[in-house]
Design a protein around this ligand. Structure first.
Ligand code: IPM
Ligand code: MG
Length: 359
């Protein structure tokens, strides 16, 4: 079966880094180890400019018809002053909601070749390999009511609603337990159950789901403690499951442990394995168009796409090994540069990965 992959380059460095991931996919296509057609679409600021909305109807049709989506990044100063519904980030939130991509997998893996790039001591981070499973369709991100209202006194007040239904908690918990099962069978659920009712229910439901996974060791941490433990002793974690807001924050923290946000891919999956794959870093408008951005997170996102949606783990591993070989050779984009290494730009890095695929 030929799979339809929708490519959404997005804004800022998005088009540059996506072009390198496409080179990798094209290489697999030409050697017939990938049976897919690639189609292009617009999401984010570029979609606002061309079609007047960050997640236009056209893109919605394409996204619904695709088996998987590869996204660069969205956003930039050009669109920051627009009304909220027109901002590029809204496009991202809208596609996640529209396709019910509720399970966000964010691995934080430290490449041994890059241990020096971490802000933490090598002995604290070497060998680090964590997956954060973040719920992506609920919580205070989407809860109603929300808004900014004017009180009788004339003072304005902002308000949002943190809310989780039992079924939403249970389905992300199952993804997390399944993920832990394929790894070292340890799952830590993060909440704020000492203060928030939403978290109290979260903890209760996660406990209930745990009875179906007696082989997985479940623990719980409050989010403030989890943040502290992540920087104090991150290797105690294997899989972390948490809600949308806490997951947003903790996944940036975990990413930084690896020293290079430019290396980390992510997957956002629906209940049937359809997914949107994107690097966890942003659109980096400050370096856009210069050919210096690191394409590896996007290339590794394409690998996740092959693993999770196309079910071709062998091809995913090939890409991951190729990335490892390129790092072994000492090739480094600016963000992961270290003394004695070979500086390369975006395209040279992509070409090197393609070449390493054949080795
Ligand atoms: C992320 C981003 C998004 C989020 C923003 C851009 C809406 O920070 O993917 O983590 O908060 O989810
Ligand atoms: Mg974030």
């Amino acid at each position: 079966m030929t799979h339809k992959i929708l490519i959404l380059p997005g804004d800022g460095i998005g088009p540059e880094i996506v072009a390198e991931a496409v080179k990798v996919l094209e290489c697999l296509r030409q050697e017939h180890s990938l049976d897919a057609t690639l189609e292009y679409g617009l999401l984010g600021g570029c979609a606002v400019d061309a079609l007047g909305a960050p997640y236009p109807e056209e893109t919605r049709h394409q996204a619904r018809a695709a088996a998987a989506i590869l996204l660069g990044a969205v956003g930039g100063p050009k669109w920051e002053k627009l009304d909220r519904p027109l901002r590029p980030e809204r496009g991202l939130l809208a596609i996640r909601a529209d396709l019910e991509l509720f399970a966000n997998l964010r691995p934080a893996l430290l490449y041994p070749q890059l241990a020096v790039a971490s802000a933490l001591k090598p002995e604290i981070v070497s060998g680090l390999d964590i997956v954060i499973v973040r719920e992506l369709n609920g919580d205070i991100y989407f809860g109603q009511p929300r808004g900014i209202r004017t009180l009788d006194s004339g003072e304005r007040e902002g308000f949002n609603t943190m809310v989780y239904r039992e079924a939403e908690i249970a389905r992300i918990a199952r993804v997390a337990f399944e993920t832990a099962r394929k790894r070292s069978r340890r799952l830590c659920s993060v909440d704020k159950a000492n203060v928030l009712e939403t978290s109290e229910l979260w903890r209760e439901v996660v406990e209930r789901v745990a009875s179906d996974y007696p082989d997985v060791a479940l623990s719980h941490l409050y989010v403030d403690n989890a943040a502290m433990q992540l920087v104090r002793a991150p290797k105690q974690f294997d899989v972390i499951v948490t809600g949308n807001l806490f997951g947003d924050i903790l996944s940036d923290c975990a990413a930084m442990l690896t020293g290079s946000i430019g290396m980390l891919p992510s997957a956002s999956l629906d209940a049937s394995g359809k997914g949107l794959y994107e690097p966890i870093h942003g659109s980096a408008p400050d370096i856009a168009g210069q050919g210096v951005a690191n394409p590896l997170a996007t290339i590794l996102s394409a690998a996740m796409l092959l693993r999770h949606t196309l079910n071709t783990p062998d091809q995913a591993e090939r890409i991951e090994r190729a990335v490892g070989r390129v790092l072994d050779k000492g090739l480094r984009t600016m963000d992961i540069m270290a003394p004695g290494m070979i500086p390369v730009g975006t395209q040279a890095m992509g070409d090197a990965v393609v070449a390493a695929l054949a080795e």
